[in-house]
Ligand binder design. Structure first.
Ligand code: ASP
Length: 362
Protein backbone atom coordinates (compact mmCIF):
# COMPACT_ATOMS: atom_id res chain seq x y z
CA UNK A 1 0.00 0.00 0.00
CA UNK A 2 1.33 3.45 -0.86
CA UNK A 3 0.52 6.08 1.68
CA UNK A 4 0.67 9.82 1.22
CA UNK A 5 3.59 11.61 2.91
CA UNK A 6 3.16 12.43 6.59
CA UNK A 7 5.90 13.92 8.72
CA UNK A 8 4.01 13.83 11.95
CA UNK A 9 3.13 10.19 11.52
CA UNK A 10 6.79 9.25 11.66
CA UNK A 11 7.62 11.86 14.24
CA UNK A 12 5.14 10.37 16.62
CA UNK A 13 7.15 7.22 16.41
CA UNK A 14 4.07 5.98 15.13
CA UNK A 15 2.55 2.88 15.29
CA UNK A 16 5.15 0.31 15.01
CA UNK A 17 2.26 -2.00 14.46
CA UNK A 18 0.92 0.00 11.56
CA UNK A 19 4.36 0.42 10.04
CA UNK A 20 4.91 -3.30 10.14
CA UNK A 21 2.18 -3.87 7.60
CA UNK A 22 2.12 -0.56 5.68
CA UNK A 23 4.75 1.43 3.84
CA UNK A 24 5.71 4.14 6.35
CA UNK A 25 4.58 7.63 5.54
CA UNK A 26 7.35 9.94 4.36
CA UNK A 27 8.42 13.37 5.33
CA UNK A 28 6.70 16.19 3.45
CA UNK A 29 3.09 17.19 3.95
CA UNK A 30 1.21 18.13 0.78
CA UNK A 31 2.11 21.67 -0.31
CA UNK A 32 0.09 24.51 1.13
CA UNK A 33 -1.79 22.36 3.58
CA UNK A 34 -2.76 24.04 6.79
CA UNK A 35 -4.76 21.51 8.61
CA UNK A 36 -3.39 20.56 11.98
CA UNK A 37 -2.67 22.69 14.97
CA UNK A 38 -0.19 20.55 16.78
CA UNK A 39 1.50 23.49 18.48
CA UNK A 40 -0.23 23.77 21.83
CA UNK A 41 0.76 27.46 22.06
CA UNK A 42 -1.27 28.18 18.93
CA UNK A 43 -4.38 26.35 20.08
CA UNK A 44 -7.23 28.55 21.22
CA UNK A 45 -10.49 27.97 23.05
CA UNK A 46 -13.35 27.95 22.42
CA UNK A 47 -13.10 25.97 19.21
CA UNK A 48 -15.62 24.03 17.12
CA UNK A 49 -14.91 21.60 14.28
CA UNK A 50 -17.20 19.75 11.91
CA UNK A 51 -17.33 17.68 8.76
CA UNK A 52 -17.17 19.70 5.53
CA UNK A 53 -20.96 20.15 5.34
CA UNK A 54 -20.92 21.87 8.73
CA UNK A 55 -20.15 25.54 8.07
CA UNK A 56 -23.58 26.58 9.39
CA UNK A 57 -23.14 24.18 12.31
CA UNK A 58 -19.77 25.52 13.49
CA UNK A 59 -21.01 29.09 13.12
CA UNK A 60 -24.12 28.43 15.21
CA UNK A 61 -22.24 26.31 17.77
CA UNK A 62 -19.71 29.11 18.31
CA UNK A 63 -22.56 31.62 18.86
CA UNK A 64 -24.11 29.28 21.41
CA UNK A 65 -20.79 28.80 23.22
CA UNK A 66 -20.21 32.56 23.25
CA UNK A 67 -23.69 32.94 24.72
CA UNK A 68 -22.53 30.91 27.71
CA UNK A 69 -24.26 27.61 26.97
CA UNK A 70 -22.56 24.24 27.29
CA UNK A 71 -20.59 22.56 24.49
CA UNK A 72 -23.29 19.88 24.40
CA UNK A 73 -26.01 22.44 23.68
CA UNK A 74 -23.70 24.15 21.21
CA UNK A 75 -22.99 21.11 19.04
CA UNK A 76 -26.62 19.95 18.98
CA UNK A 77 -27.94 23.43 18.14
CA UNK A 78 -25.30 23.56 15.41
CA UNK A 79 -26.12 20.29 13.66
CA UNK A 80 -29.88 20.88 13.89
CA UNK A 81 -29.46 23.50 11.16
CA UNK A 82 -28.07 20.84 8.83
CA UNK A 83 -30.68 18.25 9.88
CA UNK A 84 -33.36 20.78 8.91
CA UNK A 85 -31.82 21.52 5.51
CA UNK A 86 -33.69 19.65 2.75
CA UNK A 87 -30.76 20.14 0.40
CA UNK A 88 -28.35 18.13 2.56
CA UNK A 89 -29.33 14.63 1.47
CA UNK A 90 -27.12 12.92 4.05
CA UNK A 91 -28.77 14.12 7.24
CA UNK A 92 -32.23 14.61 8.76
CA UNK A 93 -35.03 16.07 6.62
CA UNK A 94 -34.27 15.35 2.95
CA UNK A 95 -31.90 12.49 3.80
CA UNK A 96 -31.79 9.58 1.35
CA UNK A 97 -34.06 6.72 2.46
CA UNK A 98 -33.61 3.01 3.04
CA UNK A 99 -34.32 0.44 0.31
CA UNK A 100 -38.07 0.71 1.00
CA UNK A 101 -38.08 4.48 0.57
CA UNK A 102 -38.29 5.23 4.29
CA UNK A 103 -35.88 7.73 5.88
CA UNK A 104 -34.24 6.23 8.99
CA UNK A 105 -32.00 8.46 11.06
CA UNK A 106 -29.14 7.75 13.50
CA UNK A 107 -27.48 10.10 15.98
CA UNK A 108 -25.37 10.15 19.12
CA UNK A 109 -24.22 12.93 21.40
CA UNK A 110 -21.75 12.85 24.30
CA UNK A 111 -21.22 15.26 27.15
CA UNK A 112 -17.56 15.29 28.19
CA UNK A 113 -17.81 16.60 31.76
CA UNK A 114 -20.55 14.07 32.64
CA UNK A 115 -19.02 11.28 30.55
CA UNK A 116 -22.59 10.46 29.51
CA UNK A 117 -23.90 9.72 26.03
CA UNK A 118 -27.32 9.49 24.40
CA UNK A 119 -28.16 7.92 21.06
CA UNK A 120 -31.02 6.91 18.79
CA UNK A 121 -30.90 4.62 15.78
CA UNK A 122 -33.23 3.71 12.92
CA UNK A 123 -35.54 6.56 14.00
CA UNK A 124 -38.31 7.33 11.52
CA UNK A 125 -40.46 10.46 11.02
CA UNK A 126 -38.52 12.78 13.36
CA UNK A 127 -36.21 15.21 11.61
CA UNK A 128 -33.88 16.04 14.53
CA UNK A 129 -32.45 12.77 15.84
CA UNK A 130 -29.67 14.73 17.56
CA UNK A 131 -32.23 16.46 19.76
CA UNK A 132 -33.85 13.13 20.61
CA UNK A 133 -30.39 11.70 21.41
CA UNK A 134 -29.85 14.67 23.72
CA UNK A 135 -33.06 13.80 25.58
CA UNK A 136 -31.80 10.22 25.98
CA UNK A 137 -28.56 11.65 27.38
CA UNK A 138 -30.25 14.03 29.81
CA UNK A 139 -33.52 12.34 30.76
CA UNK A 140 -32.67 8.63 30.97
CA UNK A 141 -30.20 6.25 32.47
CA UNK A 142 -29.86 4.64 29.04
CA UNK A 143 -27.42 5.35 26.25
CA UNK A 144 -29.23 4.12 23.13
CA UNK A 145 -32.86 3.67 22.07
CA UNK A 146 -33.71 2.29 18.62
CA UNK A 147 -36.52 1.93 16.10
CA UNK A 148 -40.11 1.99 17.35
CA UNK A 149 -38.93 2.59 20.94
CA UNK A 150 -36.99 5.65 19.82
CA UNK A 151 -40.06 6.96 17.98
CA UNK A 152 -42.26 6.44 21.05
CA UNK A 153 -39.66 8.18 23.20
CA UNK A 154 -39.54 11.11 20.78
CA UNK A 155 -43.35 11.37 20.69
CA UNK A 156 -43.44 11.36 24.48
CA UNK A 157 -41.05 14.31 24.47
CA UNK A 158 -43.24 16.30 22.11
CA UNK A 159 -41.30 15.86 18.88
CA UNK A 160 -43.54 16.28 15.83
CA UNK A 161 -43.81 13.41 13.37
CA UNK A 162 -43.50 14.28 9.71
CA UNK A 163 -42.70 12.74 6.37
CA UNK A 164 -38.94 13.20 5.93
CA UNK A 165 -38.83 12.01 2.32
CA UNK A 166 -38.53 15.11 0.15
CA UNK A 167 -39.52 14.95 -3.54
CA UNK A 168 -35.81 15.16 -4.45
CA UNK A 169 -34.86 12.22 -2.22
CA UNK A 170 -37.88 10.21 -3.43
CA UNK A 171 -36.84 10.73 -7.07
CA UNK A 172 -33.27 9.66 -6.28
CA UNK A 173 -34.57 6.53 -4.52
CA UNK A 174 -36.85 5.64 -7.47
CA UNK A 175 -33.97 6.07 -9.87
CA UNK A 176 -31.85 3.72 -7.76
CA UNK A 177 -34.70 1.19 -7.62
CA UNK A 178 -35.36 1.35 -11.37
CA UNK A 179 -31.72 0.72 -12.22
CA UNK A 180 -31.10 -2.17 -9.82
CA UNK A 181 -31.64 -4.95 -12.29
CA UNK A 182 -32.06 -4.69 -16.08
CA UNK A 183 -34.25 -7.82 -16.08
CA UNK A 184 -36.88 -6.76 -13.59
CA UNK A 185 -40.14 -4.96 -14.41
CA UNK A 186 -38.68 -1.52 -13.83
CA UNK A 187 -37.20 0.11 -16.92
CA UNK A 188 -33.58 1.13 -16.40
CA UNK A 189 -32.58 4.61 -17.58
CA UNK A 190 -31.29 3.20 -20.86
CA UNK A 191 -34.61 1.44 -21.49
CA UNK A 192 -36.98 4.22 -20.49
CA UNK A 193 -39.48 5.45 -23.04
CA UNK A 194 -38.75 9.13 -22.56
CA UNK A 195 -36.52 11.55 -24.44
CA UNK A 196 -32.87 11.21 -23.36
CA UNK A 197 -32.70 14.86 -22.38
CA UNK A 198 -35.41 14.45 -19.81
CA UNK A 199 -33.55 11.63 -18.11
CA UNK A 200 -30.89 13.73 -16.53
CA UNK A 201 -31.29 16.34 -13.89
CA UNK A 202 -29.45 16.82 -10.66
CA UNK A 203 -32.29 15.47 -8.51
CA UNK A 204 -32.23 12.24 -10.47
CA UNK A 205 -28.49 11.80 -10.47
CA UNK A 206 -27.86 11.29 -6.79
CA UNK A 207 -25.35 8.45 -6.42
CA UNK A 208 -25.46 5.63 -3.95
CA UNK A 209 -23.87 7.40 -1.05
CA UNK A 210 -22.84 7.89 2.54
CA UNK A 211 -23.12 11.25 4.25
CA UNK A 212 -23.27 12.58 7.78
CA UNK A 213 -22.44 15.56 9.94
CA UNK A 214 -20.08 15.31 12.90
CA UNK A 215 -19.48 18.33 15.16
CA UNK A 216 -17.29 18.71 18.27
CA UNK A 217 -16.72 21.70 20.54
CA UNK A 218 -14.42 22.73 23.36
CA UNK A 219 -15.30 25.72 25.54
CA UNK A 220 -13.03 28.20 27.30
CA UNK A 221 -12.75 25.87 30.32
CA UNK A 222 -11.62 22.96 28.18
CA UNK A 223 -14.89 21.03 28.48
CA UNK A 224 -15.76 19.00 25.39
CA UNK A 225 -18.81 17.57 23.66
CA UNK A 226 -19.51 15.92 20.32
CA UNK A 227 -22.45 14.88 18.18
CA UNK A 228 -22.85 12.88 14.97
CA UNK A 229 -26.11 12.71 13.02
CA UNK A 230 -27.02 11.06 9.73
CA UNK A 231 -29.54 9.40 7.46
CA UNK A 232 -26.82 6.79 7.02
CA UNK A 233 -26.02 4.73 4.01
CA UNK A 234 -28.53 5.45 1.26
CA UNK A 235 -30.85 2.60 0.23
CA UNK A 236 -29.64 0.52 3.19
CA UNK A 237 -31.49 -2.53 4.46
CA UNK A 238 -34.26 -1.36 6.79
CA UNK A 239 -32.98 -1.39 10.35
CA UNK A 240 -29.33 -1.10 9.34
CA UNK A 241 -27.47 0.97 11.93
CA UNK A 242 -24.24 2.71 10.98
CA UNK A 243 -21.45 4.06 13.12
CA UNK A 244 -22.96 7.49 13.81
CA UNK A 245 -25.09 6.47 16.82
CA UNK A 246 -22.52 4.01 18.17
CA UNK A 247 -20.62 5.61 21.03
CA UNK A 248 -16.92 4.98 20.41
CA UNK A 249 -17.42 4.48 16.65
CA UNK A 250 -19.06 7.56 15.08
CA UNK A 251 -18.33 9.82 18.03
CA UNK A 252 -16.51 9.78 21.38
CA UNK A 253 -15.36 12.21 24.06
CA UNK A 254 -12.72 11.87 26.76
CA UNK A 255 -13.09 15.15 28.61
CA UNK A 256 -9.50 15.20 29.84
CA UNK A 257 -8.13 14.45 26.35
CA UNK A 258 -10.34 15.39 23.39
CA UNK A 259 -13.29 14.59 21.17
CA UNK A 260 -13.41 12.51 18.01
CA UNK A 261 -15.83 11.59 15.27
CA UNK A 262 -16.19 9.88 11.93
CA UNK A 263 -18.03 10.06 8.63
CA UNK A 264 -17.94 7.64 5.73
CA UNK A 265 -18.33 3.87 5.53
CA UNK A 266 -19.90 3.15 8.90
CA UNK A 267 -19.28 -0.59 8.88
CA UNK A 268 -15.52 0.04 8.78
CA UNK A 269 -15.73 2.63 11.54
CA UNK A 270 -17.75 0.32 13.80
CA UNK A 271 -15.28 -2.53 13.28
CA UNK A 272 -12.36 -0.28 14.20
CA UNK A 273 -14.02 1.49 17.17
CA UNK A 274 -12.87 4.51 15.16
CA UNK A 275 -13.67 7.50 17.38
CA UNK A 276 -12.53 5.67 20.51
CA UNK A 277 -9.22 4.86 18.86
CA UNK A 278 -8.70 8.49 17.83
CA UNK A 279 -9.32 9.65 21.40
CA UNK A 280 -6.99 6.98 22.77
CA UNK A 281 -4.29 7.94 20.28
CA UNK A 282 -4.51 11.54 21.51
CA UNK A 283 -4.40 10.28 25.10
CA UNK A 284 -1.17 8.50 24.16
CA UNK A 285 0.33 11.75 22.90
CA UNK A 286 -0.53 11.90 19.20
CA UNK A 287 -1.49 15.23 17.71
CA UNK A 288 -5.07 15.26 16.38
CA UNK A 289 -4.20 14.73 12.72
CA UNK A 290 -1.83 11.85 13.45
CA UNK A 291 -4.44 10.31 15.73
CA UNK A 292 -6.85 10.32 12.77
CA UNK A 293 -4.31 9.01 10.24
CA UNK A 294 -3.39 6.09 12.48
CA UNK A 295 -7.00 4.97 12.63
CA UNK A 296 -7.30 5.16 8.84
CA UNK A 297 -4.15 3.06 8.58
CA UNK A 298 -5.68 0.58 11.01
CA UNK A 299 -8.83 0.41 8.90
CA UNK A 300 -6.79 -0.06 5.71
CA UNK A 301 -4.82 -2.86 7.33
CA UNK A 302 -7.98 -4.61 8.52
CA UNK A 303 -9.92 -4.37 5.26
CA UNK A 304 -9.71 -7.91 3.95
CA UNK A 305 -12.65 -8.31 1.57
CA UNK A 306 -11.57 -8.13 -2.08
CA UNK A 307 -14.68 -6.21 -3.06
CA UNK A 308 -13.64 -3.43 -0.66
CA UNK A 309 -10.13 -3.07 -2.10
CA UNK A 310 -8.94 -1.27 -5.25
CA UNK A 311 -6.28 -2.57 -7.62
CA UNK A 312 -3.54 -1.27 -5.29
CA UNK A 313 -4.94 -3.13 -2.32
CA UNK A 314 -6.24 0.07 -0.72
CA UNK A 315 -9.77 0.49 0.63
CA UNK A 316 -12.04 1.58 -2.22
CA UNK A 317 -14.29 3.57 0.14
CA UNK A 318 -14.04 6.77 2.10
CA UNK A 319 -13.75 7.23 5.85
CA UNK A 320 -12.93 10.60 7.39
CA UNK A 321 -11.89 11.02 11.03
CA UNK A 322 -12.06 14.27 13.03
CA UNK A 323 -10.24 15.17 16.26
CA UNK A 324 -10.46 18.13 18.63
CA UNK A 325 -8.02 18.19 21.53
CA UNK A 326 -8.76 19.67 24.95
CA UNK A 327 -6.42 22.60 24.33
CA UNK A 328 -8.25 23.55 21.11
CA UNK A 329 -5.82 21.88 18.66
CA UNK A 330 -7.65 20.03 15.89
CA UNK A 331 -7.11 17.84 12.85
CA UNK A 332 -8.87 15.64 10.35
CA UNK A 333 -7.77 12.95 7.92
CA UNK A 334 -9.52 11.10 5.14
CA UNK A 335 -8.79 7.84 3.36
CA UNK A 336 -8.40 9.27 -0.15
CA UNK A 337 -9.87 12.74 -0.43
CA UNK A 338 -9.58 15.46 -1.35
CA UNK A 339 -12.02 16.47 1.38
CA UNK A 340 -12.47 19.44 3.68
CA UNK A 341 -13.54 19.93 7.26
CA UNK A 342 -14.97 23.02 8.94
CA UNK A 343 -13.38 24.92 11.82
CA UNK A 344 -14.43 27.91 13.89
CA UNK A 345 -11.85 28.98 16.45
CA UNK A 346 -13.30 32.32 17.42
CA UNK A 347 -12.77 34.59 14.44
CA UNK A 348 -14.64 33.13 11.52
CA UNK A 349 -15.66 29.73 10.18
CA UNK A 350 -13.49 28.26 7.46
CA UNK A 351 -12.92 25.07 5.52
CA UNK A 352 -9.54 23.33 5.69
CA UNK A 353 -8.16 20.38 3.76
CA UNK A 354 -8.19 17.04 5.51
CA UNK A 355 -4.91 15.13 5.55
CA UNK A 356 -5.05 12.14 3.21
CA UNK A 357 -3.82 8.61 3.78
CA UNK A 358 -3.77 7.76 0.07
CA UNK A 359 -3.22 10.04 -2.91
CA UNK A 360 -5.99 8.63 -5.07
CA UNK A 361 -8.97 6.36 -4.94
CA UNK A 362 -7.67 4.05 -7.72
N1 ASP B 1 -21.12 6.92 8.62
C1 ASP B 1 -22.48 6.95 8.14
C2 ASP B 1 -23.05 5.58 8.13
O1 ASP B 1 -22.36 4.65 7.76
C3 ASP B 1 -22.60 7.52 6.78
C4 ASP B 1 -21.62 8.59 6.38
O2 ASP B 1 -20.96 9.17 7.19
O3 ASP B 1 -21.47 8.89 5.19
O4 ASP B 1 -24.20 5.45 8.43
Amino acid sequence: MNHIDRRSFLAAGAAAAAAASCTPLRATPAAGRQTTRTDADAATRPCVISSGNGMPAVTRAMEVLNGGESPTDAVVKGVVLVENDPDDMSVGYGGLPNEHGVVELDSSVMDGPMHKAGAVAALQNIKNPSRVALRVLRDTDHVMIVGEGALQFARAHGFQEENLLTPKARKAWLKWKRNLNPNDDWLDDAQRLIPAKAQSNSANDIPFTWGTIHCAAVDTNGDLSAVTTTSGLSYKLPGRVGDSPIVGAGMYVLNDVGAAGATGRGESVIQSCGAFQVAQNMANGDDPETACLKVLTWIADHTKRQDLLNANGQPNFEVTMYALRKDGAYGSATMHGPRKFAVHDGNEPRLLECARLFETMN
